[in-house]
Ligand binder design. Structure first.
Ligand code: CA2
Length: 144
């Protein structure tokens, strides 16, 4: 089982800016927790971050044949990107949308996710644990 974790714009700033909103945990800390859980469950993880929409699109396209599932925190692009939505739909690798914060409890513009309809499901609002929960969701993504 190979899982590709993709992180969108500004998530590289986690733990360094606005700790009152996003906490003090860095993306590297999150990656370590994901790897710990994945190792326990026997899954292999690749973990990447980009501020560029096109780079995220390219990684989704390249996931075909290489990864069994994609876990995507598209950050602000979740709410704006038809390009990411089209890539997820075109490539067909099962994709799970995740967020640290509960986007439905925040500003109205975060309530709409353009990628949600082409994702298998959404995990939102559990902080770092959204990522850890996503490991299990990815492993079972094809279970009924
Ligand atoms: O809650 C999430 O995981 C989000 O995807 C985070 C995005 C936001 O646009 C989404 O609505 C919800 C923002 C990520 C920005 O991360 C920062 C981290 C530190 C300082 C500033 C921004």
């Amino acid at each position: 089982m190979k899982i590709l974790f993709l992180n969108g714009p500004n998530l590289n700033l986690l733990g360094q800016r606005e700790p009152e909103v996003y906490g003090r945990t860095t993306l590297a800390d999150i990656e370590a927790k994901v790897r710990e859980r994945a190792t326990k469950l026997g899954a292999d993880v690749s973990f990447r971050q980009s501020n560029l929409e096109g780079e995220l699109v390219a990684w989704i396209q390249q996931a075909k044949g290489e990864f069994d599932a994609v876990v995507l925190n598209a950050a602000a692009y979740s709410h704006t990107s038809i390009a990411l939505r089209d890539a997820i739909a075109a490539v067909g690798v099962p994709t799970i949308e995740i967020h640290l914060s509960n986007v439905h409890a925040r500003e109205e513009f975060r309530h709409k996710s353009l990628i949600a309809p082409v994702c298998r499901g959404q995990i939102t609002g559990f902080g770092t644990n959204s990522y850890v929960l996503a490991v299990e969701a990815a492993i079972n993504v094809n279970a009924k």
